[in-house]
Design a binder for this molecule. Structure first.
Ligand code: GLC
Ligand code: CA
Length: 568
């Protein structure tokens, strides 16, 4: 495998609106990011992904861009952005931004022009399509509910396409002028010194221009628009063109938000010559979704979750790297989702961090993950901001759930769980802002916050620091980055364990964690323990002595260990 600059990096996603507010208006901003760079450096972060900071009406929290060349006023100025780039560079850190080019905002001048002038060139920047038999062109359901087709006011039987909200019209990638505009914009940002992009909703850019309807899959008589995404082919041509004229010449890092990919295309996406540097591994997240919505989702089954991660890891072996996450701004908090009730504590959080960060791939942390932030409970749907949550709440009510049950669904699944303000301290509003935060802070900030954890040697935060430092420790870095992933002890019901091994060397590291409620003893058959590198409960010495004496290790509930071993 050819080595690339980003292979050994650890990334961190900032959701700017909720990260840190530097001017007291209740909204996180670039000044806030700037003032926390040293915090991130100290944590061991190399790459920072900023969720959208472009000018936007914020119908979908900045994922609806009205000017790709401007910074939203609430976040600050272009000068501040340039300072951020420069300050990051000084610290050997890289900034990547969100690239949202499946759609723009209905407030973007292209769309406003398109509406105004049916004969003008901007019409063809979008999909304006005639209806069929007095109906919209197809029966696709948008990601946020309702039809993907919005009638165009004042024009009979004409619709425009939006896979997300109606304020996010889809851009017509078939039009070479649109692609040219997009590439120009990408290069403009890369020329500023940006290290790359996280590429939003990218699988949606390829449409089946026939817009064939599918068998309805819900009470609304519609079919998920993902059916079209899965059926259509040819996206690779767009992605290769974009890469050739933008990312490749700049050696930029790209991470794709890829859903609904055809399995056999993994190499095309993240192989050595792939469309992207890497793509997120959403396989665990997909387990949390129901057939019809959040309301009919099943709770996580440990064995299924473990097997899903194992399969996903093995699939990438010899092909490329996936970007590993436990949460992001579209998902509830990982600790609230993947840990059983009895493991919802610091040991459990550290255990989840251990098995996740040492996987093969590029780790992406989401803000607050490093202190173990959790889901946030609300008593009324009005306390939620997220467009997706509001849709899913009503979907749950329509399916017959009570108000309380529907709110519980939001508590376990809402995207706002990841969007509550970062908990910096135990002072008012969690030290996030001196004003009133745009979204209420999670009331548990008193016990879960950065300041407190910085002062506690055995906090979740300090454990994350150790874990990241371990990944980068010169003696093991090669193995953690380029080593294989080999699942282990899968015959145990509640053990998540794997080896990381490096070809042509004796090096072998065992990562093992007990997600069960009872202790488990693992036999290190034909393996000699050399050294315990890390343990979430602090019993490194004891476990080493045990392993050395009788070749066994006993892991208590929620215990995780990282051990160097050699073959006998
Ligand atoms: C991606 C973003 C999500 C947004 C959607 C539409 O999935 O992560 O937050 O709502 O795209 O842009
Ligand atoms: Ca602010």
């Amino acid at each position: 495998m050819t080595k690339r600059w980003w292979h050994d990096k650890v990334a961190y996603q900032i959701y700017p609106k909720s990260f840190y507010d530097s001017n007291g208006d209740g909204i996180g901003d670039l000044g806030g990011v700037l003032s926390k760079l040293d915090y991130l450096k100290d944590l061991g972060i190399d790459i920072i992904w900023l969720s959208p900071i472009y000018q936007s009406p914020f119908v979908d929290q900045g994922y609806d861009i009205s000017d790709y060349y401007k910074i939203a006023e609430c976040f600050g100025t272009m000068e501040e952005f340039d300072t951020l780039l420069a300050e990051a560079k000084k610290r050997n850190m890289y900034i990547i931004m969100d690239l949202v080019v499946n759609h723009c905002s209905s407030e973007h001048k292209w769309f406003k022009e398109a509406l105004k002038n049916p004969k003008g060139e901007y019409r063809d920047y979008f999909y304006f399509v005639k209806g069929k038999n007095g109906q919209p062109p197809s029966n696709y359901r948008s990601y946020f509910g309702g039809s993907v087709w919005e009638p165009v006011k004042g024009e009979k039987d004409l619709y425009y396409l939006h896979m997300f909200s109606k304020e996010q019209p889809d851009l017509n990638w078939e039009n070479p002028k649109v692609r040219e505009q997009i590439y120009r914009m990408i290069n403009w940002w890369l020329n500023k010194g940006l290290a790359g992009f996280r590429i939003d909703a990218i699988m949606n850019i390829k449409k089946d221009l026939e817009f064939k309807s599918f068998e309805p899959d819900g009470e609304d008589g519609l079919a998920s628009c993902t059916k079209m995404v899965e059926a259509v082919s040819g996206i690779g041509d767009f992605l290769e063109e974009m890469k050739a004229v933008t990312f490749e010449p700049k050696d930029a890092f790209t991470v794709g938000e890829v859903f609904n990919m055809k399995k056999e295309e993994l190499e095309d996406f993240i192989g050595e010559e792939g469309h992207f540097s890497t793509m997120f591994d959403f396989s665990a997240h997909l387990l949390t979704l129901g057939e019809h919505g959040w309301y009919d989702a099943k709770p996580i089954d440990f064995k299924e979750w473990r097997q899903t991660i194992i399969s996903s890891q093995l699939e990438a072996e010899g092909i490329g790297f996936k970007a590993n996450i436990i949460e992001n701004h579209d998902e509830p908090r990982g600790v609230s989702t993947f840990l059983p009730d009895y493991a919802q504590n610091d040991d459990g959080k550290k255990m989840l961090a251990t098995v996740s960060l040492l996987l093969r791939g590029i780790p992406f942390l989401f803000q607050g993950q490093e202190i173990g932030m959790t889901n946030c409970r609300h008593n009324d749907i009005n306390e939620y901001d997220d467009i997706n949550t509001i849709d899913q709440y009503h979907l749950a009510l329509d399916a017959g759930l009570t108000k309380e049950q529907a709110l519980k669904v939001c508590y376990t699944h809402s995207r706002d769980n990841g969007r509550t303000p970062m908990q910096w301290s135990a002072t008012k509003h969690a030290g996030f802002s001196t004003g009133t935060p745009w979204l209420p802070v999670n009331p548990n900030y008193f016990s879960i916050n950065v300041e407190k954890q910085e002062n506690q040697p055995n906090s979740v935060l300090n454990y994350y620091k150790e874990l990241i430092a371990l990944r980068k420790f010169p003696a093991y870095k090669e193995l953690f980055v380029y080593g294989s992933f080999v699942p282990a002890f899968t015959e145990y019901d509640y053990i998540f364990a794997y080896f990381r091994t490096l070809k042509h060397t004796d090096a072998k590291i065992l990562v093992a964690a007990n997600f069960g409620q009872e202790s488990e003893t693992l036999e290190l058959v034909e393996l000699q323990p050399e050294k315990v590198l890390l343990m979430n409960t602090g019993f490194e010495k004891e476990i080493f002595e045990e392993a050395d004496k009788d070749g066994c290790i006993t892991l208590h509930s929620c215990e995780a260990v990282v051990i160097v071993v050699t073959d006998y």
